[in-house]
Write a protein that binds this ligand. Structure first.
Ligand code: PLP
Length: 454
């Protein structure tokens, strides 16, 4: 249902005056106004003008099961009526957190039987900084403090999360990173690979981890953290050689491997976890977003037995947690979401049917004259926009083709996100072939409009 121009204008004005948006340039919001989203149904969102928009980003990578899912809504309502809140401190617990923890242990890779709940991916990343250091303290190695991460990683927006992340423009605000976190290069073949074969490039970049461990001294290094596929950094899909080499290095030096699966968890790559897709065996898995279909704030850490046994058997009190760690309503929706994923075979369908179809359609965009690379894995895709396909030359920095395409795409009725000069999508896992056709048609139309202006 569309709103009258007066009502819309009034909402936008209140928004401009009172709402400080996350990750936004407020002066720009004031000048350009905002799009007010009022409703979601299935894989579509609707704005105040009644425009129907295909949500190619699943909200912010989280609304994996689509909008308006009765099972999730009913679970929330039931739990709100039964017990909307109780904490899990001081020897207390409640059924939704217990059931979700057990359900997560069931779908987690072997060797994971325990879960620590947070409200977000950022808090989960802060949690692992404390957990990893606590682990080495318990083992009598308190000097092992350094966590190695990667440039252009995104691990959230809290002080810890953003320090683990590797985006200098963001870190410049607030004097980050905090001490004890160092960064190595990312496995971004299109941007950094030059003439190298992707396999060779993957080994070379993974080798930076070994060189950094040796430079710092293994006695000071606690862990390595990485997203199986960097999402916010621009859907950076590592070459096949990358993760096996990272795993080898972590094993050889005995450092903990942390997989941040806030985006890749719960079916995005056609497996429960991206670690399974890449056959890596992390010690800790960070999750959030799609754990409950993105309907309520919820995140956490799946704690592998190596760490959990130390914390449980020898660690005493772990002084960490949040008022809403394991919030009953958020967890009840999580348990309902796991139920939907099991019953409807969502993950198998992504793996066997919908991701292969998406790959075929998405990669067909590579023939467009603005597209230097059309890559995808599971239901995540990126288009690298270039001025010259042969040399991979970018457009002049002053002219953000990415932003132009992002805005044009919404006008065409498709949410795509831009990261520098690339466009990215991660549609809900419940998309049909017809939705994918629509997504790719609208993406091509967007590219055509941009090419007409270029
Ligand atoms: C890999 C990764 N880690 C952590 C986060 C932060 O999660 P949240 O926004 O829930 O704090 C994000 C958010 O996009 C993410 O993509």
């Amino acid at each position: 249902m569309s709103q009258s121009p007066d009502k819309l204008g009034a909402l936008q004005e209140l928004d401009r005056r009172h709402f400080l948006h996350p990750f936004s340039d407020h002066r720009q919001i004031g000048q350009r106004g905002t799009r007010v989203i009022t409703r979601g149904e299935g894989v579509y969102i609707y704005d105040t003008e009644g425009r129907k928009i295909l949500d190619g980003m699943s909200g912010l990578w989280c609304v994996s099961l689509g909008y308006g899912r009765a099972e999730l809504i009913d679970a929330a309502l039931h739990q709100l009526r039964t017990l909307p809140y109780y904490n899990s401190f001081f020897q207390c617990t409640h059924p939704p957190a217990i059931e979700l923890a057990a359900g997560l242990a069931e779908v987690a890779p072997p060797g994971f039987s325990r879960v620590f709940f947070t409200n977000s991916g950022s808090e989960a990343n802060d949690t692992i900084i404390r957990m990893v250091r606590r682990f080495w303290d318990i083992h009598g190695r308190p000097q092992k403090k350094i966590i190695i991460s990667r440039r252009n990683a995104y691990h959230g927006s809290t002080i810890g999360g953003m320090s683990l992340g590797g985006m200098p423009v963001q870190q410049a605000q607030g004097d980050l990173p905090i001490p004890g976190i160092v960064h190595i290069e990312q496995p971004y073949w299109f941007e950094l690979g030059g003439g190298m074969h992707p396999h060779e490039f993957g080994l070379k970049i993974a080798g930076e981890l070994e060189r950094k461990i040796l430079e710092l001294g293994v006695e000071r290094v606690a862990a390595f953290i990485g997203e199986p596929v960097q999402g916010a950094g621009g859907v950076i899909i590592p070459p096949d050689t990358y993760w096996p080499e990272i795993q080898r290095i972590c094993d050889e030096y005995g450092i903990l491997l942390v997989a941040d699966e806030v985006i890749t968890g719960f079916g995005r790559l056609g497996e429960w976890f991206g670690s399974q897709y890449y056959r890596i065996e992390p010690d800790l898995i960070i999750f959030a977003k799609a754990v409950n279909g993105g309907y309520l704030p919820l995140g956490g850490v799946l704690v592998g037995d190596r760490v959990a046994d130390a914390l449980v058997e020898e660690g005493g009190d772990f002084h960490h947690g949040f008022t809403h760690s394991g919030n009953p309503v958020a967890c009840a929706v999580g348990a309902a979401a796991l139920g939907v994923m099991h019953r409807e075979g969502i993950i198998e369908r992504v793996r066997e049917e919908i991701a292969p179809y998406f790959a075929e359609c998405w990669r067909s965009l590579a023939d467009h004259r603005l597209v230097g690379e059309a890559r995808c894995v599971g239901l995540m895709g990126a288009l690298e926009l270039v001025a010259d396909k042969a040399t991979r030359a970018r457009f002049p920095a002053a002219r953000s083709i990415g932003e132009f395409c992002r805005d044009t795409s919404i006008e065409q009725g498709l949410v795509m996100r831009h990261v520098r000069d690339s466009l990215i999508v991660a549609p809900p896992l419940v998309v049909t072939r017809a939705h994918i056709d629509e997504l790719v048609d609208k993406a091509r139309r967007t590219l055509d409009i941009a090419a007409g202006q270029a």
